[in-house]
Design a protein around this ligand. Structure first.
Ligand code: SAM
Length: 396
């Protein structure tokens, strides 16, 4: 609602669904205690020629959740490297790279090549160029690429013009700096103190573009954030999933893509939003969409066990008193319809308002986790809460 969130073109092939492994979901991601060259037995054998390094680009704040998703999706085949960078996750992975396209919390995935060279031009010379050529060829074997673009500090320089020419003649791809399908990044090495990294994106469009989205809505939630919220709720096929204020249905679409549910319910008081959700969720099974006010749900007490809401906030709402009333009504109904032990995931920029409302209902909820996520110019707060066993009482 009223959020000036940036929107990119959508309609990309939807990333593959994954089956959840409940044990893996809540456990901390397995991270390498040291850098990849050490883990590989030393510099002689390690990082410089390690063709199993990858990097996931994420929205700021989602790195820990993407690390968890990597482990959930790929298990023992993946080793996540510790990093202080909030918008990327570097990892070593020994399986089929096509599986990486199933990541739902990543904006994009790149193959990461490290070159122990002082200057980027050396990367397209001598024995180095075949490594880069092979990485480009591997990406082309899975996806259709005809053009490439380079991003780097100084990418307009004469040196980078030579690099672009060398890549074009080695790969057969045409250089198109505006619309290039294969994004290739050059940067100073991050995992080592010396050298250069080259990152080759595995897909022409970002993974965050979703094929299910046929109807957009101003203020719709970024799909990678929606996936992060859903994954935090430990999805299972037995779930009775409720998305309050569902808008165009982003959270429901991401929940349905992760694993089946017994029942998926979306509620919104806007007829237009429900119509958009219906189109976006046309292929989702076990779905009920209700045009209802959040304060007067027709659902029975304790009937749902996985709840989520991307609460309204921002300019269109205007009146903060109205917003506070809306948050309190939403929490009251969430407390009522959620079963004991159920999970709730909420996101809002108006964290003070939400926490005030939560304070009134604290007897029903414990806080499992909270974190800030950057999206466009905003940094909304994501909460994961667990329903206590106390039975709901209307007087509370
Ligand atoms: C931030 S938008 C949700 C966007 C949604 N996550 C998406 O990706 O499209 C908030 C939604 O809350 C709905 N809403 C606002 N007040 C409501 C109320 N009292 N009862 C039910 N829905 C409400 C709005 O119609 C809007 O669709």
């Amino acid at each position: 609602m009223g959020r000036a969130r940036g929107r990119k073109a959508r309609n990309e092939r939807e990333a593959g669904a994954t089956s959840p492994d409940r044990g893996a979901q809540r456990s901390a991601p397995k991270t390498a205690s040291r850098g990849p060259s050490n883990a590989d037995g030393g510099e002689k054998t390690g990082l410089q020629h390690n063709e199993r390094l990858f990097e996931a680009e994420v929205l700021d704040g989602l790195a820990p959740i993407c690390s968890e998703e990597l482990v959930r999706l790929l298990g023992r085949q993946v080793r996540v490297f510790p990093s202080s960078n909030p918008s990327s996750v570097s990892f070593e992975y020994s399986g089929d790279p096509a599986k990486l396209l199933g990541l739902r919390t990543a904006v994009a995935v790149f193959r990461l090549l490290y070159f122990k060279v002082p200057h980027p031009l050396t990367i397209v010379q001598g024995a180095n160029l075949p490594r880069l050529k092979a990485a480009i060829a591997a990406a082309r074997a899975r996806e259709r690429f005809k053009t490439f673009r380079i991003s780097a500090a100084g990418s307009e320089s004469k040196v980078f013009q030579k690099i672009k020419n060398a890549i074009a003649s080695a790969s057969g791809l045409a250089n198109d700096e505006q619309e290039g399908q294969m994004s290739i990044r050059f940067r100073r090495a991050r995992l080592r103190p010396f050298g250069w990294d080259v990152l080759v994106r595995l897909t022409p469009l970002p993974l965050s573009a979703r094929a299910w989205r046929v109807e957009n809505m101003p203020g719709a939630l970024n799909a990678t954030i929606a996936a992060a919220m859903v994954l935090q709720m430990d999805p299972r096929p037995t779930d009775q999933f409720l998305n309050l204020m569902c808008g165009s249905g982003t959270l429901i679409a991401e929940r349905a893509a992760i694993c089946p549910a017994k029942r998926l319910v979306g509620v919104d008081n806007s007829r237009e939003a429900i119509a958009k959700a219906r189109k976006n969720l046309a292929r989702v099974a076990s779905l009920t969409l209700l045009e209802q006010d959040v304060g007067k749900l027709s659902l029975q007490d304790g009937s749902m066990n996985a709840l989520c809401a991307d609460l309204p906030w921002g300019r269109l709402i205007g009146d903060r008193n109205k917003l506070q009333g809306c948050y309190e009504e939403a929490l009251r109904e969430m407390s009522r319809v959620c079963s004991a032990g159920g999970m709730l995931s909420v996101i809002t920029q108006e964290s003070a308002l939400f926490e005030k409302a939560l304070e009134r209902h604290r007897e029903y909820w414990t806080l499992d986790r909270s974190l800030r996520v950057k999206q466009a110019d905003y940094k909304p707060k994501l909460y994961v809460l667990k329903r206590r066993s106390k039975a709901y009482s209307a007087e509370a």
